[in-house]
Unconditional design. Structure first.
Lengths: 155, 148
């Protein structure tokens, strides 16, 4: 694997916000208000659900590689997945996302940089995903930071 | 200092002031089943969350939870308290691994209140998630308020 910072082509795809996915993820995230799946009318399912806050990071499942960008990079041999850690994330919402809408996702590698620490060199990857409506309204931006422990820093 | 209940969905951001807190929430203990459910729902099948041999070979004591599982529980806790429509920004940094068996404690406190450019009330909060044994596993921030 080269020491040069890798690059990644920008990808754009459609992201249907599915009711069942919102419900499944909310339950996996121990949503304290699971009744949001049902309307006030007994036996009637709510027509739309608010998407869990972190749902945008799951949009990769609708993309061409069915993998988060950083995993796509690993599959391309650009990073070593077994040495990757999640550094952090930032979400910016212009409004809440709801089931039933379809958004357009644009994923890109915004920035790559190295930091030397007491344990050696760490490589940081900042990946950005933007979510737009078909009409061009920006709904959400997610910036994800992943950290690759460079070889020789195990333990 | 204002205290408001979870699942209110009627939080008025203008009522918050520096020092106001979200009711503390406890979740867990985290089990392998939580990790499996989250993996299936999210698609995060990183082997660090199920392959004990691999993670030990990388210097960890065992498998640990997906960072986004912890962040996601925080997000839903904030949404239940404030209402999803009020979440403008959420940032998280993963400080320590969450191990199987850890109980998680979610806290948020208002650090600043102000008005947006359009005149909507805004509140910035520091968020933290702690393990039951006193380790800070996540540090973050959230901005609440109506969209401009």
């Amino acid at each position: 694997m080269s020491d040069d910072p890798p690059t990644l082509e920008t990808v754009t795809f459609a992201f249907p916000v599915e009711w069942g996915k919102c419900r499944e993820l909310a339950l996996a995230l121990l949503d304290p208000d699971p009744a949001t799946a049902f309307s006030d009318v007994p036996g009637v399912v709510a027509p739309a659900l608010p998407a869990p806050v972190i749902l945008p990071v799951c949009s990769f499942r609708y993309g061409p590689t069915n993998a988060p960008p950083i995993v796509t990079m690993a599959n391309m041999g650009l990073v070593d997945r077994s040495r990757l850690l999640q550094g952090g994330l930032e979400f910016e919402f212009h409004r809440a996302i709801r089931s039933g809408e379809t958004l357009t996702v644009t994923e890109s590698l915004a920035r790559t940089y190295d930091k030397t620490t007491s344990k050696g060199v760490l490589r940081f990857f900042e990946l950005e995903a933007t979510f737009h409506t078909p009409g061009g309204e920006l709904v959400c931006t997610v910036t994800t930071t992943n950290i690759e422990r460079r070889p020789g820093q195990d333990g | 200092m204002a205290e408001t209940g979870l699942s209110a969905h009627r939080l008025n951001v203008a009522d918050l002031s520096a020092g106001s807190t979200m009711p503390e929430r406890r979740a867990g203990p985290i089990t392998q089943e939580h990790l499996i459910r989250y993996a299936g729902a999210s698609g995060d099948f990183n082997p660090f969350h199920y392959d004990t041999e691999l993670v030990r070979s990388r210097g960890f004591k065992g498998v640990f939870a997906q960072g986004l599982l912890t962040a996601g529980i925080l997000g839903q806790t904030l949404a239940a308290w404030a209402g999803q429509d009020l979440i403008r920004k959420l940032g998280v940094r993963f400080a320590e691994p969450v191990w199987l068996g850890d109980e998680l404690i979610f806290r948020a406190v208002v650090t600043r209140t102000y008005e947006s450019a359009a005149g909507n009330a805004r509140a910035d909060l520091d968020c933290t998630v702690w393990s039951g044994d006193g380790r800070q596993v996540l540090k973050g921030s959230v901005t609440l308020g109506k969209a401009d």
